[in-house]
Ligand binder design. Structure first.
Ligand SMILES: Cc1cc2nc3c(=O)[nH]c(=O)nc-3n(C[C@H](O)[C@H](O)[C@H](O)COP(=O)(O)OP(=O)(O)OC[C@H]3O[C@@H](n4cnc5c(N)ncnc54)[C@H](O)[C@@H]3O)c2cc1C
Length: 322
């Protein structure tokens, strides 16, 4: 593939990476995770032509993150040799996942499979084995696509993102992270360091369902994720999020609200799913029509909630697929 020329920087520690970013702050520098989005964007000159309407339409909502410049980057700073950015660990009631953890790592992790089932559903449905081996969790979140397969369940699970710079660390909710297609609140001197999930000490379940035109290597037509926390048979928290139906991953608080302080009955699930479909604002494109997408939101939300219920109450895994 023909790429524009750039210098490749490959620090081995976070401190070194942040030092370099400080020193190059007036230069066109981009962070490189696995490169499965960025290198394709560079090859397709999406970065060069971010203001070209043809590219915007062609890539369907996709605009690269940190695109403050409209020329290709002079430097790519690879995060791949920074060991501190990779790994999945439990600390008390928290699960902490490094931004450079690959999608395959998520897919193979027992912790993710058992405790963050919705995220596991997103990981195994992303791309193909090759893409999952290279692509990282942080890259999928920072690329900020409205259909990103790990972003939709991360938001449903109330994931928090730790951003680090030489100025220090700040923790933000995923709810507030994405501003629009390819656009996040990350500042040019910041790196996404890790993603944190707080686990409830009562029954809970999460699920993500992706509807795509093919079984693999396909961006979703619609994605729906849900997470519920149940205490003594009553829902005390419910979050429903949707992918590919708005310019960014969409949280639908009104749908979650309907489930609160009640049992998670079929009837209540039905009502929440209907509300979710009313809040979706999909477009029509080559992947699917707006009307079709809206009706599929209802179907997928309902199924996701039923899987959440089964996972929460039976502590059994049910496979989530469309
Ligand atoms: C053939 C193919 C199929 C695909 N299928 C899917 C799919 O089904 N579902 C899906 O969701 N995606 C899919 N993708 C997109 C892509 O693989 C994922 O988004 C992947 O997780 C991106 O991770 P990466 O490490 O490769 O990101 P990169 O390409 O390295 O980076 C993406 C963006 O994030 C920034 N970035 C990366 N890491 C950090 C960090 N730690 N801190 C701050 N900024 C950072 C980069 O600067 C860049 O702007 C597909 C891609 C390809 C090529």
């Amino acid at each position: 593939m023909r790429l524009p020329k750039f210098d490749y920087l490959s620090p081995t520690s976070l401190t070194e990476a942040l030092e370099i970013m400080g020193g190059y702050k007036n230069r066109r520098l981009k962070l490189l995770g696995g490169g499965t989005d960025l290198l394709v964007d560079l090859r397709d000159k999406v970065i060069l032509d971010v203001h070209n309407p043809h590219n915007q339409e062609h890539r369907c909502h996709i605009k690269p993150v940190q695109s403050a410049f409209n020329e290709p980057p002079e430097y790519l700073l690879s995060l791949s040799r920074i060991a501190d950015l990779r790994g999945i660990r439990s600390e008390g009631n928290k699960i902490i996942i490094g931004a450079m953890t690959t999608i395959t790592d998520l897919e193979r992790s027992d912790i993710v499979k058992k405790k963050l089932s919705g995220l596991h559903d997103g990981a195994w449905q992303l791309g193909s084995p090759l893409v999952r081996n290279r692509g990282t969790y942080g890259g999928n979140l920072c690329n900020a696509r409205p259909a990103a397969d790990t972003a939709i369940p991360t938001m449903a699970l109330g994931g928090k993102l730790v951003l680090i710079s030489k100025r220090g660390e700040r923790t933000v909710e995923h709810d507030d992270f994405v501003l629009g297609p390819g656009n996040t609140i990350i500042m040019p001197d910041e790196i996404l360091k890790e993603i944190i999930f707080d686990l409830p000490d009562v029954q809970y379940g999460s699920a993500y369902i992706k509807l795509a035109n093919r079984k693999a290597l396909e961006i979703s037509v619609v994605g729906a994720a849900a997470s519920v926390i149940i205490k003594d048979g009553i829902v005390i928290s419910a979050r429903i999020t949707l992918g590919a139906v708005a310019p960014k991953p969409l949280l639908v608080p009104e749908a979650g609200q309907l489930l609160l302080d009640r049992e998670l009955t079929d009837d209540n699930i039905e009502k929440a799913a209907k509300t979710a479909s009313k809040k979706a604002k999909p477009i029509t494109d080559h992947r699917g029509g707006a009307t079709y997408r809206t009706s599929m939101v209802e179907v997928l939300t309902k199924r996701a909630l039923m899987i959440c219920r089964a996972r929460a109450l039976n502590a059994e895994r049910m496979e989530a697929s469309s």
